[in-house]
Design a protein around this ligand. Structure first.
Ligand code: NOJ
Length: 559
């Protein structure tokens, strides 16, 4: 363990420095990335074997979604043991090997930390059930007596993010109906009580466990949810999927409570006591940006996902507004801005942007076969333009596995294949997130498109995915993969991640900005627009014969 302290964020309020301020970080969803043993689930050895792809693509770091022992009630975001690897994904040694091989290839590794809740299979929760009301074991979770004469009503009216009540009643060891426990997500994900010192101590120890194994940081799940308003007051609003505080004022009693910040300050002190510039990244669905950036003040986390950017409509005014707001908000606290277009919880941007414009700024929770279908060519064209715009912005960008292939959402998945708890808990009304989690295609003509050695795939892959396979795109000029690769190379060469944005135009149809030596123009309008000379890269080629930039295209120009 290297114990040289290296703090790269200026705690006096100056701008942060360090690899992460301009990094491109690639999200790996382990169960869907690469399967080494043919069981239909991706695994850690599969990832390790494919790290060369990521080095070739040109990203700086990977973030791995959870691979810890778990009943997989929420695809691993229900953790039963924070210090091991689920046999589905391999063994602890495989994690060590992955970290070492990534480092050898110059890639940093960020792992997922799930502190808001454990799995109901976690030893703490089984002990809490066995120990009964009022016990120290129950105090680590949020147990309450029910309301009404026989306690048959839940303690408050909170709804689970996945649908249905956020409380479940337990059966006591004597067989009688007992107390209720809080779960903001699935029933299999009981919320921890973060006012309990043992919970705090345990997570500091879990952080140390992975820091000692050499990870470069943590993506912190539901970072805005750990502390609940002490009175657990009723909240009449329905819970939106993964919704944060954006829904309303006053702030909901379960999200973005001020008490979360002291937890992250303590974690930050721990990370700073390790060498190597290790980071904390907040998954916090919090609006407005001024509230979100409180998570990335100089003595707290390093980055927070910019979901407001992900959710912005594909129009020039909406993109101008969100980019400007994001930069101003993070500048105010000296943190880098982050950008993201896709992840394992949202409809892939190659499909989202192919929905009617009125919907592109929304957050459809999955697309089912009976829903209006995205226009695939429009979606891909806009996705490429959006990506090129994003990769020219100063700050750090997150990519989600498969987007470098232009992969769309699986929008016609048979309902019986769905596994997201949202589908069942919404009474089969909300398709949920399976469509963005389908195992990715590597080789067009191989079983499971090269995902693994057999045909097995935990979610069905659509037949159209052969055309997106990496081997159909590698070395093919104009392919989405080559576009990403070139963009990442040029981004690095021109230092765009650490540059400064200066708007040159912000009309209703066209946005133009300069980032140091590069001018970036996106045409959101319906007619081609003139572009200055000096093209470096275009999201779709060719430009029209007069060198004008067509609809839904971004160009980078050397200035
Ligand atoms: C956010 C994760 O990204 C999502 O996949 C998960 O379902 C919830 N947090 C609950 O852990």
């Amino acid at each position: 363990m290297n114990t040289t302290p290296t703090t790269t964020q200026d705690t006096t309020g100056g701008p942060a420095t360090g690899w992460w301020t301009e990094a491109v970080i690639y999200q790996i969803y382990p169960r869907s990335f690469a399967d080494s043993d043919g069981d239909g689930f991706g695994d850690l050895p599969g990832i390790t074997a494919r790290l060369g792809h990521l080095a070739e693509l040109g990203v700086d770091a990977v973030w791995l979604s959870p691979f810890y022992p778990s009943p997989q009630a929420d695809a691993g975001y229900d953790v039963a043991d924070y210090r091991d690897v689920d046999p589905l994904f391999g063994r602890l040694e495989d994690a060590d090997k992955l970290i070492a091989e990534a480092r050898a290839k110059g890639l940093k590794v960020i792992v997922d930390l799930v502190p808001n809740h454990t799995s109901s299979a976690h030893r703490w929760f089984t002990a809490a059930l066995a120990a009964g009301p009022g016990s120290p074991e129950r105090a680590r979770y949020v147990f309450r007596d029910g309301l009404g004469p026989d306690g048959a009503q839940p303690p408050n009216d909170w709804q689970s993010v996945f649908g249905g009540p956020a409380w479940t009643r337990v059966t006591d060891p004597d067989g009688r109906p007992g107390q209720w426990y809080l779960h903001l997500f699935d029933t299999a994900q009981p919320d921890l009580n973060w006012d309990h010192p043992e919970v705090r101590a345990e997570f500091l120890d879990i952080l140390r466990f992975w820091l000692d194994r050499g990870v470069d940081g943590f993506r912190v799940d539901v970072a805005h949810g750990l502390i609940k308003q002490a009175d657990l007051a009723d909240w009449q609003e329905p819970q939106e999927i993964l919704s944060g505080a954006e829904v309303a004022k006053p702030r909901p009693p379960m999200w973005d409570q001020d008490g979360v910040h002291e937890i992250y300050r303590e974690w930050r002190r721990l990370l700073d006591s390790y060498g190597g510039d290790r980071i904390l990244v907040a998954e916090a669905w919090v609006e407005p940006a001024e509230r979100l950036v409180r998570y990335v003040r100089p003595d707290e986390m390093h980055q927070a996902f910019n979901f407001e950017y992900l959710l912005a409509a594909w129009t020039a005014p909406a993109q101008y507004a969100v980019i400007t707001r994001s930069l101003e908000a993070t500048d105010a606290v000296g943190a880098p801005t982050t950008w993201v277009l896709s992840n394992h919880d949202v409809v892939r941007h190659a499909s989202r942007l192919g929905l009617p414009t009125t919907l592109t700024g929304g957050r459809p929770n999955g697309i089912g076969a009976g829903d209006p279908q995205p226009d695939a060519p429009t979606g891909l064209r806009r996705a490429r333009a959006a990506t090129l715009l994003m990769l020219a912005l100063p700050g750090s960008a997150y990519l989600y596995q498969g987007e470098e292939l232009g992969l769309p959402e699986h929008t016609t998945m048979p309902d019986e294949a769905r596994q997201d708890p949202t589908w069942a808990r919404s009474g089969h009304t909300v398709p949920g997130r399976d469509g963005c989690r389908v195992p990715i295609p590597w080789e067009a003509d191989a079983p499971s498109y090269g995902f693994g050695p057999t045909d097995a795939s935990w979610l069905p892959q659509p037949p159209s995915w052969a055309e997106y396979a990496l081997d159909r795109q590698r070395g093919v000029p104009g392919s989405t993969y080559e576009l990403y690769r070139t963009a990442l190379r040029l981004r690095r060469e021109h230092g765009l991640g650490r540059g400064t944005l200066r708007w040159l135009s912000s009309g209703d149809e066209v946005l133009t900005f300069a980032n140091d030596g590069v001018t970036v123009l996106t045409n959101f309008g319906s007619a081609p627009v003139p572009a200055p000379a000096g093209e470096l890269l275009a999201s779709s080629a060719p430009l029209d014969p007069d060198g004008r930039v067509p609809t839904d295209v971004t160009v980078w120009l050397r200035t």
